[in-house]
Design a protein around this ligand. Structure first.
Ligand SMILES: C[S@@+](CC[C@H](N)C(=O)[O-])C[C@H]1O[C@@H](n2cnc3c(N)ncnc32)[C@H](O)[C@@H]1O
Length: 549
């Protein structure tokens, strides 16, 4: 029996989760006075009696909307990260309903599988389309003041209703009724009336094909603002992409960022699992999938990831959820500026080209997507030294390495790379710097990132990337290779960082990556670059820099 055959368990019941972590203030297109009159405290309360619980049960409220509203409140007010995966099951239906009860004061029926899928769609979509939805809501409010002073929960309920009607094309009058009920029960009857009035207006203008949306006209600034609303991105991103890519490509990129993300699974060869084994398992679990065109170990999954999670395939280390472009482990939730770079990926490891017997340093390694993949390619010979400044993330790396059975070829080092390099005398065959970056290549998977990232972050990140590149270069042995990678599509974080590095370090030169990845991914200068629009993959970049003898 295949190693995977034994892993099938009962059908899945969970998919999504949200964690509460501190984020920077979000850049809101329309500023509103945030008058929070709804508690979303996570403090534990004394358990209620069964009678009390029954009294709080309200079966009229649709469960996916109650859960979505609370989750959106946590994300916006609590700064939570809208992760789409949580294999530990924190996002299970039961927990979600307990959270609804603590936040809104009532429970409704438990989420079934369909509700869970809807929560994923509604929460991710409502976050992505926030600017667009707020524009419509504001336009259909009695006056702008009503919108600006709207209480947070009421606004979330409206956003959900607008998203369901405009973007999910759900039956409009059912959406109106359900969201009115939610507003009445969670807030008060007057709130229900307001939701009713605004949603009915929306239904009318949608039926008349006259949604009040901005026109693409005027000067560059006006056009950027219109595009930012129409495609729901911050204006600064639109201006930047229009400058680098042109308007047409910028629009395509935004369309990609707003699309439903797909995920890839990497069969863990380190544990003897082949891609064929994994595909067979996915068939048994009825998870639709397709084989990666670019990497032998990878399979793409658009829906049904919760089945994989519930079947325990990730927990057992039989496969990992990783993106093909840069192979980063998508496993759990982290904060910090580097959070956005979680999805970097597999083809970057191909650019590193790990060979058995080599000593490889992964300078910014945690949570370990690339470390694990590189380790699995060493066939038990050689060593990956995984450095990271974040001990919590390194712990995850160690645990996953154990479950993937590649821990014998991984040594973790908790250190700031800048200090480690200064004090280290050892030199290594290959040094990978997967640098902290803006994450502008992975916006389709990180629904909330566009609202948390600011233009000013880029300057800070570029300085850090330069410092880390200098530090990483000290670890390369003569004749060795330094690989610089990001999960960004921004030339200032990619080519420009390499160019300034080469000016500071003329002993290094570009080693074209065309020997390691398909030529479709190779730029004129020999760098690896995945383009979300062109390749339907996360955006990522990698440069091989060789210390010529
Ligand atoms: C892009 S993420 C790395 C993702 C990882 N390579 C993977 O594939 O899973 C960047 C990492 O850099 C780490 N980092 C940031 N500054 C650092 C520093 N000065 N020294 C070492 N690690 C650092 C962060 O903790 C974060 O884990």
């Amino acid at each position: 029996m295949s190693i995977l055959m034994a892993q099938v368990v009962s059908p899945p019941t969970i998919l999504v989760s949200v964690d509460t972590q501190t984020h920077k203030a979000s850049s809101k297109p329309l500023k509103r006075t945030q008058k929070s009159n709804t508690s979303i405290s996570t403090k534990r309360k004394v358990p209620r009696s069964p009678l009390d619980r029954t009294q709080k049960l309200n079966l009229e409220v649709s469960p996916h909307r109650a859960v979505s509203a609370v989750r959106l409140m946590r994300i916006e007010l609590g700064g939570a990260f809208a992760d789409l995966l949580n294999e530990k099951g924190k996002g299970s239906g039961g927990n979600e309903m307990a959270y609804v009860e603590r936040s809104l004061g009532f429970r409704t029926k438990e989420l079934d599988d369909r509700d869970l899928r809807l929560v994923t769609d509604v929460v991710g979509g409502t976050i992505r389309w926030r600017r667009y939805l707020d524009h419509l809501i504001c336009s259909l409010c009695h006056d702008e003041k009503t919108f600006r002073s709207m209480e947070p929960l009421l606004l979330q309920i409206l956003r959900i209703g607008f998203y369901e009607i405009v973007k999910l094309d759900m039956p409009p009058y059912a959406v109106v009724d359900e969201n009115v009920t939610l507003a009445k029960v969670a807030l008060r009857p007057g709130a229900g009336n307001l939701v009713n009035g605004i949603l009915r207006k929306l239904v009318r203008v949608k039926e008349d094909n006259s949604l009040p949306l901005p026109k693409l006209e005027g000067d560059d600034r006006a056009q950027a603002r219109a595009l930012a609303t129409l495609y729901s991105h911050p204006v600064w991103m639109v201006r930047r992409w229009t400058k680098y890519l042109g308007q047409e490509e910028a629009i395509k990129l935004m369309v990609w960022n707003n699309s439903h993300p797909s995920f890839s699974l990497r069969a863990n060869n380190g544990k003897g699992v082949t891609r064929a084994d994994l595909a067979m398992q996915l068939n048994l679990l009825k998870v639709p999938h397709e084989l990666s065109l670019h990497l032998d170990d990878f399979i793409r999954v658009k829906t049904g990831l919760q089945n994989v999670i519930q079947a325990g395939l990730l927990k057992e280390g039989l496969c990992a959820v990783q993106d093909e472009s840069a192979v980063q482990l998508i496993q759990t939730l982290y904060n910090s500026i580097s959070m956005s770079c979680q999805m970097t990926s597999g083809l970057v490891v191909s650019v590193v080209d790990p060979q058995p017997g080599e000593s490889i340093v992964d300078c910014c390694a945690a949570p370990g997507g690339k470390t694990l993949y590189m380790a699995s390619r060493l066939s038990g010979q050689g060593m990956v030294y995984a450095i990271d400044i974040n001990e919590g993330r390194l712990r995850i790396l160690r645990e996953t390495a154990k479950s993937h059975q590649v821990d014998s070829v991984i040594t973790t080092i908790h250190a700031d790379l800048r200090h480690f390099s200064d004090n280290n005398v050892m030199k290594y065959d290959k040094v990978l710097l997967d640098a902290p970056c803006s994450g502008l290549g992975v916006l389709s998977k990180r629904a909330d990132l566009r609202w948390n990232r600011r233009l000013e972050d880029l300057e800070q990140l570029k300085n850090l990337q330069d410092d880390l590149l200098d530090a990483a270069s000290l670890l390369v042995k003569p004749g060795g290779v330094l690989i610089y990678s990001t999960c960004s599509i921004d030339p200032e974080e990619n080519e420009e960082r390499v160019d300034t590095f080469l000016l500071r370090h003329p002993e290094f030169s570009i080693d074209p990556a065309d020997r390691f990845v398909p030529s479709d991914f190779i730029t004129k200068r020999g760098f690896y670059s995945s383009d979300p629009v062109k390749h339907s993959l996360d955006g990522a970049f990698a440069a091989r820099l060789i210390w010529a003898l």
